[in-house]
Design a protein around this ligand. Structure first.
Ligand code: NI
Length: 323
């Protein structure tokens, strides 16, 4: 058995064509390991539209036009093997494409988020990370954030793979590291990063297009530099309102804005030509966290882009946030 196949044996087999949401046992596996793989979440026309609509964004990022209005949302790094500057990440993809709007309303995903966080969740981050063709910068081992903002419900990213990944360019993770102390994490980061991207004790997670990983923001993860084909992953992060409303990291005004984005995106999904016959998710938080009055059928939003740095709570340092 290959290393990749062996590593995947530790995960429960979850196929989005065979169930409507994750089960309590699968949720428990995620709580204990901080990583979960769900196969076949994106299929057919939805996957194709996401691929077609995100490709031009990467071309735009690569051009680095100083007058591009999206410029502030493009991130770059240096590819280790060639020394070339390459685009690595694009922020606020929901604002930029119709398919990413409809994606936020994905019922399997939202029902599963509810299993893990309860029904008072809010969408927080929406980004696309990618390995640029032939020049995929590494993502050094990291946690997405410190433990300052965490609480009872797990905070996690939903990673939607638009392209496949293999042993040359896949994500690596350390199951269970979401429960480690800061000190144990620091020691592991030193060991795993010594002299490059080390993988001892870590698990490779190769994916097919349309598959999804849930990754707890405290689970150690990263990927080595690659010279592979394009590998795109859309990251949607969710947080429980109980945590977001008390410790942030965003100010309280942020939450109702993002609840409206979610309601509108559920409507976009209902209107999308490729969701016929789908059992829609109904967002119904407790009264304490009720969404603002908003008729998603008739009202439109002037933006879906709420820059994090305009909504940080002032007393916290937030420079560690980078999913
Ligand atoms: Ni990350």
């Amino acid at each position: 058995m290959s290393t990749a196949a062996a590593s995947l044996e530790i995960f429960p087999h979850i196929d989005a064509t065979q169930q409507e949401q994750i089960t309590p046992e699968q949720a428990q596996f995620f709580r204990e390991n901080g990583l979960l793989i769900i196969r076949n979440v994106l299929r057919g026309e939805e996957l194709k539209r996401l691929q077609d609509e995100t490709l031009p964004l990467i071309d735009r990022a690569a051009k680095e036009d100083a007058n591009d209005p999206y410029k502030a949302d493009f991130h770059y790094g240096t590819h280790e093997q060639t020394g070339k500057r390459v685009p690595t990440r694009i922020e606020y993809v929901i604002d930029k494409t119709p398919a990413c709007k409809a994606l936020l309303g994905h019922p399997f995903i939202l029902r599963s988020v509810e299993v893990l966080q309860g029904r008072n969740f809010v969408p927080t981050w929406d980004s696309m990370v990618f390995k640029f063709p032939g020049m995929g910068k590494s993502v050094p081992w990291h946690r997405d954030a410190g433990t300052d903002f965490c609480g009872e419900q797990p905070i996690f990213n939903v990673d939607f793979y638009l392209d496949g990944s293999d042993m040359t360019n896949c994500l690596w993770g350390v199951p269970g590291s979401n429960l480690w102390s800061e000190e144990k994490t620091r020691e592991a980061l030193v060991r795993l990063s010594k002299g490059g991207f080390q993988t001892e004790g870590a698990t490779p997670i190769p994916m097919n297009p349309g598959d999804v990983i849930f990754h707890n923001i405290l689970a150690l993860h990263g990927s080595p530099p690659a010279q592979s084909k394009l590998r795109r992953v859309i990251y949607y992060e969710f947080r429980a309102a109980e945590i977001e409303s008390t410790i942030g990291p965003h100010v309280p005004e942020y939450m109702p804005l993002k609840q409206k984005v979610l309601l509108k995106c559920l409507q976009h999904r209902a209107d999308a030509p490729y969701t016929k016959g789908e059992k829609a998710y109904t967002y119904n938080p407790d009264a304490k966290f009720a969404a603002p009055a908003f008729d998603a059928k008739t009202e439109s939003l002037s933006t879906y882009r709420y820059p994090h740095n305009e909504y940080w709570r002032k007393h916290k340092k937030n420079d560690a946030f980078e999913a």
